[in-house]
Design a binder for this molecule. Structure first.
Ligand code: TXA
Ligand code: MG
Length: 320
């Protein structure tokens, strides 16, 4: 594995590796992706091996532009509106897959729908151009771990399991894309993410159905949420203080006093800054060796919905 600063030469070389069936981790504006040629079933299979994913979850297909997305998926008027408003950007659309779409069946896990997105990061777009193929890319972490927002996170998680890591610095948004399912009668937000659900609703002029109601005030029933995005430390939400042995994940100016490790996601109370810092902050607190992480209440508006979704999953009961 080599971590390479992203330059026109390293991007061209990474494109060659992808065309030859290799795995390349690359920055997007949300999180780092673990990319493979979406038209090559063996390359896509290697993603699952590298991540240690137990099941074949369908993957997001990244494309260079709207026309490339239209070649893979059937666009409805709602899809056109969202793409016009937010692409390139942090929203993924789940749409009916075109029968003639050239992606490997493993990418869609045999579904009749496909998840597509045009990323906004200039290096992701340069890599797509260099490869000339759609790229299947889940977040570049091992299954169940926190999504990576720096090249160093990718290297520590995947190491030799990936051929090349393109280093483009920290990701600006820091949480994964919002996923909107437009394949049914009603539009549904499958995953809150880097574009706020409310902003998408404004563009659509209608409400999105939500799969998981993210209400940090209400306890989550065990089993309601799959454990995911999990640090090693136990995560405790809605904390007004941190106990000895815990790290504190704070937000805003009203930070509880704590003798142990503290990371404030945004002392100024900015939810976009908090989203960008979230996964790195969980990793930093985890690296101190604390047994638990106490997380203060974070407002659920705007990007707060995505932040609270990830925190709920980090706090959900773990398998075993
Ligand atoms: O920001 C992001 O979306 C990042 C960057 C790398 O682009 N990618 C990412 O991919 O988060 P991943 O694989 O970690 O998450 C993909 C999600 C999964 O929850 C999967 O179930 C859902 O997308 N998905 C993919 N195809 C789908 C489909 N046809 N129907 C429903 N859900 C789908
Ligand atoms: Mg992921």
């Amino acid at each position: 594995m080599s971590v390479l600063p992203a330059t026109s030469e390293t991007i061209a070389a990474a494109g060659e590796r992808l065309r030859a069936g290799g795995l390349v981790a690359f920055p997007t504006e949300t999180v780092y992706g673990l990319g493979a040629d979406a038209t090559n079933g063996r390359a896509v299979a290697a993603i699952y091996t590298a991540k240690g994913r137990p099941r074949f979850n369908p993957l997001i297909v990244h494309v260079a532009d709207l026309d490339s997305a239209r070649a893979l998926a059937v666009f409805c008027p709602r899809a056109e509106r969202i793409a016009a408003a937010f692409w390139p950007g942090a929203v993924t659309l789940v749409l009916p897959r075109r029968t003639e779409a050239t992606v490997a069946d493993l990418v869609t896990a045999g579904l009749e729908t496909i998840a597509v997105r045009v990323p906004a990061h200039r290096l992701a777009l340069a890599l797509l151009a260099a490869t000339g193929r759609p790229l299947a890319a889940p977040s570049a972490n091992r299954s169940g771990r926190i999504s990576p927002t720096t090249a160093a996170h990718v290297a520590s998680d995947l190491g030799e399991r990936v051929d090349v890591i393109l280093d483009g610095g920290p990701c600006a948004i820091g949480v994964e894309s919002a996923i909107v399912d437009l394949s049914g009668d009603r539009p549904a937000l499958l995953r809150p993410g880097g574009i706020a659900g409310g902003a998408i609703e404004t563009v659509l002029g209608e409400r999105l159905d939500r799969m998981v109601k993210v209400d940090p005030q209400r306890p989550v029933a065990p089993g309601q949420l799959e454990s995911h995005y999990a640090p090693a430390a136990r995560v405790r939400l809605q904390a007004s203080v941190a106990f000895p042995g815990e790290g504190l994940l704070a937000f805003g100016s009203d930070e509880p006093a704590h003798g142990g490790p503290v990371v404030n996601l945004s002392p100024g109370g900015d939810l976009a800054e908090a989203a960008a810092n979230l996964f790195g902050a969980l990793r930093r607190l985890d690296a101190t060796g604390v047994a638990g992480i106490a997380v203060v209440a974070i407002p659920s508006e705007g990007l707060g919905e995505a932040i609270n979704d990830r925190l709920l999953r980090a706090a959900a009961p773990r398998p075993q």
